[in-house]
Design a protein around this ligand. Structure first.
Ligand code: NI
Length: 206
């Protein structure tokens, strides 16, 4: 191949590489922006696939499915009772939103689903949710049942074993989901949303 020819080939290869990088970058952005924010704003990205059926157990050890809450809006959060900060903050916000709604709040069931069934037994979770609102429901289950529920809401969680710590922690996504009376996704709230935001959004769907 001539010197010029190899330069042309090199140029073409570089162009192809640049295009490929651009495409990969674009796809990465799509994936990264495909999280909850995109769900709320775009609506087209998997909104219908957030949430689903579940088979869990409440704080009294009673088996519960999504059908038990049909006819009410549900405000659902996945976390764990040993969580040092994020979960209590979000659950407090949910409780405060319920209080802001007053009597209307009775149309909404605030639900906490553990991602740590190993420690969050029904009794444990019952005591825990009572800290946040008298009507808050705590749900747990077998590891498989929790996995299925988390998958339905696209919740990420992972046990983190730190040998230096006495207790393990759980990495988990922290999103509050508002579901309609037929358990269909309506909207979600994140760390930046206040109880006032939640109450105002919920009022639109009452
Ligand atoms: Ni947490």
């Amino acid at each position: 191949m001539s010197r010029l020819g190899s330069r042309v080939v090199l140029g073409v290869l570089l162009l192809a590489a640049a295009l490929a990088t651009g495409v990969v970058g674009f796809l990465a952005v799509r994936v990264l922006s495909g999280g909850p924010a995109a769900v709320r704003e775009g609506g087209s990205f998997g909104e219908a696939s957030i949430g689903g059926s579940f088979n869990l157990v409440d704080g009294d050890g009673v088996p519960r499915t999504e059908a038990d809450y049909r006819g009410k809006l549900t405000l659902i959060y996945f976390g764990y009772s040993y969580c040092p900060d994020v979960c209590p903050t979000e659950l407090q916000k949910m409780g405060a939103a319920m209080d802001l709604l007053g009597k209307d709040g009775e149309q909404v069931v605030p639900i906490f689903i553990t991602v740590d069934p190993e420690r969050d037994t029904p009794a444990e979770i019952k005591t825990y949710v009572a800290n946040f609102h008298p009507r808050m429901v705590g749900l747990t289950g077998s590891p498989e049942q929790i996995k299925a529920a988390a998958r339905a809401w696209r919740v990420y969680y992972k046990k983190v074993d730190d040998p230096a710590a006495t207790q393990y922690t759980m990495d988990h996504s922290s999103i509050v989901y508002l579901m309609d009376r037929q358990n269909r996704f309506l909207t979600h709230f994140s760390a930046r949303n206040t109880p006032e935001d939640m109450a105002a959004a919920i009022r639109k769907f009452l």
